[in-house]
Write a protein that binds this ligand. Structure first.
Ligand code: GDG
Length: 494
């Protein structure tokens, strides 16, 4: 029995170089960081789009078979330009993403997007059927592929197929706006298991089900419950995703990272460092964060010249107009705040618009006195967990939005804040930076214990048990496997 993972993007990207030659590059991002350990060295298959339009003329699967082995194989689903626009940019990122992140005013409910979404989900189902066997376990990821099981079941009626939603599931008030609300719920119910990040997401889903589907019932309680609707029976679980804690803390303690951390610290000549690391996305609340930092400098003058905000923004989905606007807004605010407060020897905001190499990212995690993770809405937010895992000296503080999925697990020890409340966030920044070092350490210790206990392997095992009554041990490590070093991560558009 093998595990077949299906996601919109593969963990590698195929890029076309000058002269038309193709290159395989590593990819990362929330989903890829999380999923690699499940397949790595276990001989499964990962099916997804390789990030290149067209490509039908080349044998991309063969090209990927030549890429450095990671103990599993890649199989590609190719998308035309029109399919990519309607399915990925359109329905996934201009309808579902804004709606599920509570920003329905950004939605473009274009009916053509919906048609392409259904067609591409069928295409993914057909590709998966081609590359899997009846007995394989199929595990599908994220909002791009909510409709895959319905098609897959037609091809393989007895299949076992599970789904995990990495983003939030909205409350009925929001979900009901979706013109295809019935279809989406019915499509999801074709899965054997639907995994959510938090209990709140699952509760929202159940409320939508009860509102829209006559006679729908939910039985059981605890981590996994069962939804019954017509002839369908789907299990619903809440499994907060984690990270590979050991790997992060080990890598963060390595000599190259420690040296870089010392350099970064020396550059700040004794000033405190606040850190933000976010994909360019309106859900991440970057402008609100900058405004709150500006407010903190205004309201607490002793902070001036004593604290620097390093804000990393990783380019993402640049083809979508809202994202380009978001970038301009961020850059205007950085300019305004720096223009107002900069003085000789101190620039308040260091703004980096690019993906960092992994050791540099880890070095920033290590030196930051506080991380500012303030999404307006987020499925989980792995940056919050990575910051804690990498904070091996246990001196940092985590300022975390109430609206990140991670808040449910970290609320006791993080400084929770409402990102819409500029003054509240400004006060929290001041409070976190002026906290007694002993209290900070105690909070960070507790955070690290939680991230360590509920790590990626806990998540994987919880999902696999609920979905297939198996855990990672049932997908044994290949005997001839030679471990590959962790590559530098290049953030993929999600
Ligand atoms: C989605 C959901 C959910 C970031 N900057 C750099 C870099 N990163 C890596 C981080 C982290 C990942 O990207 C971002 O993950 P997040 O969870 O914060 O956010 P999304 O990409 O929106 O992920 C989210 C997640 O799926 C998993 O379920 O938590 O809620 O939206 O791993 O380390 N990596 C490198 N350089 C950077 O500059 N190397």
């Amino acid at each position: 029995v093998r595990l077949v993972v299906v996601s919109n993007r593969l963990p590698v990207v195929i890029a076309r170089g000058t002269g038309g030659s193709l290159r395989v590059e590593p990819g990362a991002g929330g989903l890829v960081t999380a999923l690699r350990p499940v397949l790595r060295n276990r001989g499964g298959t990962w099916i997804g789009w390789p990030g290149i339009e067209g490509g039908g003329e080349e044998n991309l699967d063969a090209l990927l078979d030549e890429a450095p082995p990671d103990g599993y194989r890649f199989r590609t689903v190719l998308l035309t330009h029109e399919e990519k626009e309607g399915f990925y940019d359109g329905f996934s990122n201009e309808v579902i993403w804004p709606l599920f992140h509570d920003t329905s005013s950004r939605c473009n409910f274009d009916p053509r997007y919906w048609e392409t979404y259904v067609a591409v989900n069928r295409k993914f189902a057909q590709a998966t059927a081609r590359h899997s066997a009846d007995e394989d376990f199929v595990w599908v990821h994220d909002y791009h592929l909510m409709g895959m099981a319905a098609h897959y079941r037609q091809i393989r009626p007895g299949c076992r197929i599970a789904f995990f939603l990495h983003i939030p599931f909205p409350a009925p008030d929001t979900f009901l706006k979706l013109p295809w609300r019935f279809q989406i719920l019915e499509m999801l119910l074709a899965y054997d298991l639907i995994g959510f990040q938090t209990l709140r997401d699952r509760r929202n889903f159940i409320q939508c089900l009860r509102t829209l589907i006559t006679g729908a019932q939910v039985a059981g309680k605890g981590m996994v419950v069962t939804a019954l609707a017509g002839s369908r029976c789907a299990r619903l679980g809440a499994f907060p995703i984690g990270i590979d804690f050991q790997e992060f803390s080990r890598a963060a303690a390595q000599a190259d990272v420690s040296e870089e951390a010392l350099r970064l610290r020396a550059d700040e000549s004794g000033r405190q460092i606040l850190l933000g690391v976010d994909r360019l996305d309106y859900s991440k609340g970057i402008p609100q964060k900058l405004e709150a930092f500006g407010r903190a400098l205004e309201s607490f003058p002793p902070l001036r010249g004593r604290v620097t905000l390093v804000q990393v923004v990783v380019p993402s989905r640049e083809g979508i107009p809202d994202y380009a606007q978001q970038k301009s807004r961020i850059e205007r605010l950085v300019g305004e705040i720096n223009g107002r407060f900069t003085r000789s020897g101190w620039v308040p905001i260091h703004y980096l618009f690019r993906a960092l190499e992994r050791p540099t990212l880890l070095a920033y995690y290590r030196v930051a006195d506080a991380a500012l993770v303030l999404p307006l809405k987020d499925g989980m937010n792995l940056v919050a967990k990575e910051y804690c895992a990498a904070n091996v000296t246990e001196e940092g503080a985590l300022i975390l939005s109430e609206f990140a999925g991670a808040a449910a697990q970290m609320q006791g020890s993080a400084f929770l804040a409402n990102p819409f409340d500029v003054e509240g966030v400004a006060r929290t920044i001041h409070q976190a930076l002026s906290l007694d070092p002993g209290d900070r350490r105690e909070r960070m210790r507790r955070l690290r214990r939680g991230v360590k206990e509920f790590d990626i392997f806990w998540w994987l095992n919880s999902c696999l048990r609920a979905a297939f009554s198996r855990d990672l041990g049932h997908f044994p490590v290949l005997e001839d496997y030679v471990p590959q070093p962790e590559g530098d991560h290049v953030l993929l558009a999600h």
